[in-house]
Structures are given as structure tokens and as C-alpha cells.
Design a protein around this ligand. Structure first.
Ligand code: DOR
Ligand code: ZN
Length: 353
């Protein structure tokens, strides 16, 4: 197949940051995606309805420089859950249509998570209010217990944190984000329609060998960390299964190049520019191009209770590899674009509102 038409996709997990980084990265997402769930881990974090409104307005302002479909990009805002979150403010932000979801970061789990949750029981009253008001909870699913090996943190989170939350709040809609293990996708697929997960393009195409064999590749360092190949294969199987609970969240997470190529490098893969090309390759290799649209464009809106985009996208396959820039400018610095380490032949040929 040389051409594929699909509903224009959305990104259900995205970091846009703020200021100069926001202005540098927004176009990459807005060109290919109609909407994105925007992560609240700014410094300081997006804590209140007012913070979310102001951040949304800064994103919309930045959009005004763009043209065509990109100018119509719709940010779907989130609040950063802390032990001090005011449930009334949260519910009001949701009812006013300002936020679509709330994000749980276990304190210390990842970039800018210091204000996250230390004792999960302390936020149970907020989760209760969210269940009642039907607000989606997005989770960074890793424990931070120093005794737990970094490669096991997702599986242990499911056992220690997610399973009790599911029991206590059976009708709370939960997205286990950027799942990286067979344990994660198996858990989600064993649950009911209140439990979903997102998968990133990078966890579908690379595993820890790509990051660590023959030299350390800091641009592949992200959290949750890449796992062994068997897990990667389980993720591909899940992504291409068509299961309505599984959808795309790129976790595109820009950090300027020198902060990644560093003795203590930041976690995050900046993949927004080539996500659709990477995914088309993965789905084609799995003989599942017919399932791509469900993963990128249909399952997410269904879970969030939002309309499917009416706009379309055409992906086209060409003989010679598609050339993407290796970096994007970001003020005086650069952002290094995700290199999947294989030739990409699919590209977005047409995308319009
Ligand atoms: O690799 C990651 N980068 N994982 C996260 O959970 C956060 C993100 C970021 O904000 O840089
Ligand atoms: Zn993220």
C-alpha cells in the first residue's frame, strides 16, 4: 500500500513547556495533530483552574503565528495533582471546560515531579471527587521507592498503587500513561472500560539495547526507561490490536540538546516531528496498517468522551527515505529530534481541517 487516508490524529500525552521552548516545538505537533493533552509539569506546575486558563491562553497565543490547520490546534489542559489540590477548584475547572484531565506524578518519579504525590492516600478524597464528576486521571505509573530497580518500577506501581486505586474507585476513568512493559498492557487489557493506557512511538521502535549497546545514547533516555525487547514486542502487539483502551500519547518531551548530552542528562524524547512516520512504519511491519487510525484518531476521543476529528490526513509511502531535520532551533540552543535508527518511508502528505 502506498497511500493511507485516516482521521486526523490527536496526541493524548504531550509536553509543550513554555516561553521559547513552547514557541519552538508547537508547530511540530500542531501540523499533524488536531488536539493534545498538555502535561502540567511546568516550573512552577499548573495547579489551579486559573493556572490552566493562563497556560492555555499562552499556547493559543503561540498558535497564532502558525498557518493552515496548525493554527486551529486545540490544547486540552490538565492540572498537576498535589496533596494540596483543592477538589472544588478541580471540579469547577472541569465543569467550565478548562481541563480534560488531572495528572498524577509520584513525587520524584520524573522531570519536574518534585511537587507530586508522596502519600497516595492523601489524595483519595480528590480521587473520590474526580470519580463523581467523571474527570479523567492520567498517571505516571512508576514507584519511586529507592529499593525498587528502575526497570521494575512500572510493574510495582501497578501492584502497589494502581490496583488499590482501581478497587477504591471502580468508576474513575484512568489512563496509565506511556506504558513500557508487557505487565502494563496485560493489566490494562485485563480491566474494564474505565481503564486505558497510552503508548509512545519511541517505546514501540526501540528498546534498552538501542540506548546502551555500542555507546550510551542520551537522546533515547526517557522515563519510564526503555525496557528489554520482549516488552517492546508486547507494546507493538497491544498498539496494533485495535483494542479501544489503547491509544497514542507521544510523550514528546523537549529538553535542549546540551541538557541531554550531559553527565546527568534529562529524561525525554522529542518525537513530535516524526511520530506519524514512525507509527506508519511500525504498523506496516506488524501488518496492521488498518489498525493505525483506531490507535491515533479514534480510541482516544472515545475514551475521553470527545468527538472524533472531522479533518482527514493522508500518509504516503515513498521509495527513498524521508529526511527529517536532526535538530530544531530553540533560542540560542537546539532540540534534538528523535532518530528512530531506521529509514522512514511514510510521510504526512496532506492534513487539513
Ligand atoms: O522522559 C520523560 N520526560 N518522562 C516523563 O515522564 C516526563 C518527561 C519530561 O517532562 O521531560
Ligand atoms: Zn510525559
Amino acid at each position: 500500500m502506498k497511500e493511507l487516508n485516516l482521521t486526523r490524529p490527536d496526541d493524548w500525552h504531550l509536553h509543550l513547556r513554555d516561553d521559547v521552548v513552547l514557541d519552538s516545538v508547537l508547530e511540530a505537533t500542531a501540523t499533524d495533530f488536531s488536539r493534545a493533552i498538555v502535561m502540567p509539569n511546568l516550573v512552577p506546575p499548573v495547579l489551579t483552574q486559573k493556572d490552566a486558563e493562563q497556560y492555555r491562553d499562552r499556547i493559543k497565543q503561540s498558535c497564532q503565528r502558525l498557518s493552515g490547520a496548525a493554527a486551529e490546534f486545540e490544547p486540552l489542559m490538565t492540572l498537576y495533582l498535589t496533596e494540596a489540590t483543592d477538589a472544588n477548584d478541580l471540579v469547577s475547572a472541569h465543569q467550565a471546560g478548562v481541563i480534560q484531565a488531572v495528572k498524577l506524578y509520584p513525587a520524584g518519579a520524573t522531570t519536574n515531579s518534585a511537587s507530586g504525590v508522596q502519600d497516595i492516600k492523601k489524595v483519595y478524597p480528590v480521587l473520590e471527587a474526580m470519580q463523581k464528576a467523571d474527570v479523567v486521571l492520567c498517571m505516571h505509573g512508576e514507584v519511586t521507592d529507592p529499593e525498587i530497580d528502575i526497570f521494575d518500577r512500572e510493574a510495582v506501581f501497578i501492584e502497589r498503587v494502581l490496583t488499590p486505586i482501581r478497587k477504591a474507585f471502580p468508576e474513575l476513568r484512568i489512563v496509565l500513561e506511556h506504558v513500557t512493559t508487557a505487565d502494563g498492557v496485560n493489566y490494562v487489557q485485563s480491566q474494564d472500560r474505565y481503564q486505558a493506557c497510552t503508548l509512545t512511538p519511541h517505546h514501540l521502535v526501540i528498546n534498552r539495547n538501542h540506548m546502551l549497546v555500542g555507546g550510551i545514547r542520551p537522546h533515547y533516555y526517557c522515563l519510564p526507561i526503555l525496557k528489554r525487547r520482549e516488552h517492546q514486542e508486547a507494546l507493538v502487539k497491544a498498539a496494533t490490536s485495535g483494542d479501544a483502551r489503547i491509544f497514542l500519547g507521544t510523550d514528546s518531551a523537549p529538553h535542549v540538546t546540551h541538557t541531554k548530552e550531559n553527565a546527568c542528562g534529562c529524561a525525554g524524547v522529542f518525537n513530535a516531528l516524526n511520530t506519524m512516520s514512525v507509527l506508519a512504519s511500525v504498523f506496516e511491519a506488524a501488518n496492521a496498517l488498518d489498525k493505525l487510525e483506531a490507535f491515533t484518531s479514534l480510541n482516544g476521543p472515545a475514551f475521553y468522551g470527545l468527538p472524533v476529528n472531522s479533518a482527514k490526513m493522508t500518509l504516503r509511502k515513498q521509495d527513498e527515505p524521508v529526511v527529517f531535520p536532526q535538530t530544531l532551533p530553540c533560542g540560542d540552543e537546539t532540540l534534538t529530534v528523535f532518530d528512530p535508527g531506521m529509514p522512514l518511508h511514510w510521510h504526512v502528505a496532506k492534513s487539513a481541517h
